[in-house]
Design a protein around this ligand. Structure first.
Ligand code: CAO
Length: 441
């Protein structure tokens, strides 16, 4: 093994061009032709591939550096056979490498075995770098490797929003697009679908003119959730039905269960009973367990009962889905709730853990508040908000009696659910939670 310097090869007329992407890290194992960096002139971007295989030992460049032929890119540990003088690709290819052959024209015949590959910059003319088999990504501004990556995943690059310079689409943008589509049950979010809803943009305000400020970037979850909620808020005609359930008896039973299970450390919160009551409600009112099809012409009714539960994490809101809640006991659900919340907070949830939900619950009961208006988690058609229970004087026909009342806030898609059914659903939930023996009937 030896350490080898890898230099920029002959890149034709490109001189003193800016590095817009460093595609490798120290420690990465690189095969011949793996791209090391992307450079960009005002006409096109170009990936510089590695002429040798090995392990990256040192990066000699960073984003923003300007390079020309012969600039040092990385120090690489290579096998003895290829060790020697600094390596830059040597002979011109007869044609661009098929693995990278996006149909891009090489500006002025770079002399390298592993040819740098061009793609058009948004400022370049239409003719440059028309890449293209099917699907046609020719108008998308992305490097060849990102185009290849998108094709492999079946992502439509024309729908991916670029976050790179001048709107260039990066590999991370493609990943975010795929994740977005997967997370939201196959429905792309507003940004992913390019739908801006025609509203005027928010003004760009310099707040520092009024005092000290700090700019804190939103987390990825914040951004995705924000887009998704915004889309649902605008597309779905929401109505929120408020109600309350008398959970005095349920609470006594829950406390008793917790005492009995104190040694095991298992804690049962009201939420698992609420999940069970919701499933009973979905069975009694199947429209709540449905989704509108894409054209909005048919209801897809589901015969399974998967419930999403909103979990508050330091990075933002996530909604893991609890499958087949109808088939699970209170103890099983409590265990699963504990596991899933921990997974969510440790950022270990996979996209599959957040898919396939029928109905969501957002419980702020452990925090406080009396009621709120949750946003429907499309393609579901309703969501239940739960606030903190409190003791209230309730008239029992003869006198006011102290009862523990649980506030319920049910938001629903008014295209699918009428107001009368909304009120029936919360009344039914209140009945189930008021006497949990009914959940067995
Ligand atoms: N009324 C009164 N007390 C309640 C309650 C309610 N409705 N719900 C829970 N509590 C109590 C619990 O019994 C527990 O009390 P003890 O510690 O004395 O036993 C305490 O509040 C904390 O409960 P918890 O929040 O840890 O557990 P949970 O099962 O109720 O909820 C989870 C789990 C993951 C949903 C919750 O931790 C969470 O993240 N909630 C926030 C969800 C959110 O952000 N929603 C807003 C999304 S925007 O629509």
């Amino acid at each position: 093994m030896a350490i080898q310097a890898v230099l920029v090869p002959d890149i034709g007329s490109f001189k003193d061009v800016e590095i817009i992407e460093v595609l490798v890290n120290v420690g990465d194992t690189i095969a011949v032709e793996d791209s090391l960096i992307t450079i960009e002139s005002d006409k096109s971007s170009m990936e510089i591939p590695s002429p040798v295989a090995g392990v990256i030992k040192e990066l000699k460049v960073k984003v923003g550096d300007r390079i020309s032929e012969g600039s040092l890119v990385v120090m690489m540990e290579v096998g003895d056979a290829v060790a020697g003088a600094a390596v830059a690709p040597q002979a011109p290819p007869s044609q661009p490498s098929p693995a990278r052959g996006e149909g891009a024209k090489i500006a002025s015949e770079p002399k390298s075995v592993v040819a740098p590959v061009l793609s058009p910059s948004p400022l370049a003319g239409e003719g440059l770098g028309k890449g293209g088999s099917s699907p046609d990504f020719s108008k998308a501004y992305a490097t060849p490797s990102v185009r290849k990556f998108a094709r492999e995943l079946g992502a439509d690059l024309n729908k991916v929003k670029g976050s790179g310079r001048k709107g260039r689409i990066t590999q991370d943008d493609v990943k975010a697009y795929i994740k977005d589509v997967m997370s939201f049950g196959g429905m792309p979010s507003a940004a992913a679908s390019g739908n801006t809803l025609g509203v005027a943009p928010m003004p760009d305000i310099d707040f520092s003119q009024w005092g000290a400020i700090e700019t804190v970037p939103l987390s990825r979850i914040n951004k995705l959730t924000g887009e998704f909620l915004h889309r649902n808020w605008v597309h779905i005609p929401h109505v929120t039905q408020f109600d309350q359930a008398d959970i005095t008896d349920l609470e006594a039973f829950r406390k008793q269960l917790n005492e009995e299970n104190a040694k095991s450390g298992m804690k049962i919160t009201p939420l698992v009973f609420i999940m069970k009551a919701v499933v009973a409600g979905l069975k009694a009112y199947p429209r709540f367990n449905s989704s509108l099809d894409a054209k909005g012409e048919n209801l897809i009714r589901k015969s399974y009962y998967n419930i999403g539960v909103a979990v508050d994490t330091p990075d933002g809101l996530v909604v893991p889905v609890f499958r087949d809640v109808d088939k699970k006991s209170i103890m099983q659900l409590s265990e699963e709730l504990k596991e899933m919340s921990a997974k969510a907070r440790d950022k270990k949830l996979k996209p599959a853990d957040m898919q396939g939900g029928c109905f969501s619950i957002s419980s702020l009961g452990g925090i406080g508040g009396t009621k709120f208006t949750p946003i429907v988690n499309a393609p579901e058609v309703a969501i239940l908000g739960v606030s903190k229970s409190d003791m209230q004087p309730i008239w029992n026909g003869k006198e006011f009696a102290p009862r523990l009342m649980l506030p319920l806030s049910l938001s629903y898609d008014h295209r699918v659910i009428d107001g009368a059914d909304g009120a029936r659903f919360t009344t039914y939930l209140a009945k189930m939670l008021g006497d949990i023996r009914r959940l067995l009937v």
